[in-house]
Design a protein around this ligand. Structure first.
Ligand code: SF4
Length: 311
């Protein structure tokens, strides 16, 4: 059953150079207990998509379409109802703990504050629960670490604090934005393992540029490029039998697959290329690709691709 059903989502915001079409007509479904990886290069719109779900964007942002969570359109909720939903049912583990954590508050107090806000516990109980949460993410000395400020912890420990904060109110749906960015390989693998354990039987949207991380933890992967989805399938199919030239290029750029970069750079989200947005970088592009925008089509059950080769 669908827990989250995103229908024709368009998120745009103004900039000095024009309207940034960060998310352009995206359909996405996350079933109960499913872990979906949203992958793509930096700046393709994936973080904006995550922020649209929790409605944590600037007031000047325009969001159109539907984001149905348990059958209710989140975009129609009053801010007060949205606040209740955030943290309690849907938690977002924000990117970059260094800037997301409050530098002048001890980490235990930051987690306890979230617990008090959403669960109505007293100060003492909330503090005890915060230490429990830090234990659950395997911090070496949870009680002592709760009394530390973010700058006193390593990058891996700060990421664990972010995960503890996200899970503190036992949410049903977790959005994890680049949870392994900037971590060394060993810490990255530990965080992946921790997320796998912590999200067992929960639904998760993992936003990452790291296909290896998404493949090792997610059931399904959706590939995003220049604000739209290009391919969606089971993780196994994406990793072993990708259909879209961009996904194939993305996989070939992995260290384990030859480290071959995709030529060119990500296009502008203000004025994306005509036709297929990937055509300036695609080795298979034809005249049709330059002129006609491809639709998403199903090539096998549960495997969707946006490319003229399959139309
Ligand atoms: Fe390449 Fe054309 Fe397919 Fe776009 S539609 S990915 S340009 S072959």
């Amino acid at each position: 059953m669908a827990l989250l059903d995103i229908i024709k989502l368009r998120t745009q915001f103004p900039s000095q150079d024009g309207m940034v079409k960060a998310v352009d007509t995206v359909d996405l479904l996350v079933a109960e207990g499913e872990r979906l990886g949203l992958i793509g290069e930096t700046g393709c719109g994936k973080t904006v998509l995550g922020m649209s779900i929790v409605r944590l964007l600037q007031p000047t942002t325009s969001i159109e379409g539907k984001i149905n969570y348990k059958g209710r359109d989140i975009l129609k909720l009053k801010e007060e109802d949205m606040r209740r939903l955030r943290g309690k049912e849907i938690a977002m583990i924000l990117q970059n703990p260094t800037t997301s954590l409050n530098p002048v508050l001890k980490v235990g107090d930051q987690i306890a504050e979230a617990i008090r806000l959403h669960q109505g516990l007293g100060k003492r109980e909330a503090n005890a629960r915060a230490i429990e949460m830090l234990q659950s993410v395997h911090l070496p000395d949870a009680a002592a670490n709760a009394n530390q400020y973010p700058h006193e912890l390593s990058g891996g420990m700060r990421e664990r604090v972010m995960i503890a904060m996200g899970l503190a109110c036992n949410p049903e749906f977790i959005i994890a934005d680049e949870p392994t960015k900037g971590l060394d390989i060993k810490t990255k693998m530990q965080i992946v393992e921790l997320l796998r354990e912590a999200t067992l039987h929960k639904a998760m949207l993992m936003i990452t540029h790291d296909l290896g991380v998404a493949g090792s933890i997610c059931d399904k992967i959706a590939v995003m490029y220049a604000g739209e989805l290009l391919e969606e399938a089971s993780s196994q199919e994406i990793l072993n039998d990708p259909a879209h030239p961009y996904t194939q290029g993305f996989i070939n750029s992995l260290p384990s697959r030859g480290l071959l970069p995709i030529p060119g750079t990500s296009p502008s989200l203000i004025c994306p290329p005509s036709g297929c947005r990937f055509h300036p970088r695609c080795r298979m592009a034809t005249k049709t690709c330059e002129m006609k925008h491809p639709e998403m089509v199903q090539i096998e059950k549960g495997h969707l691709v946006r490319c003229h080769q399959f139309n």
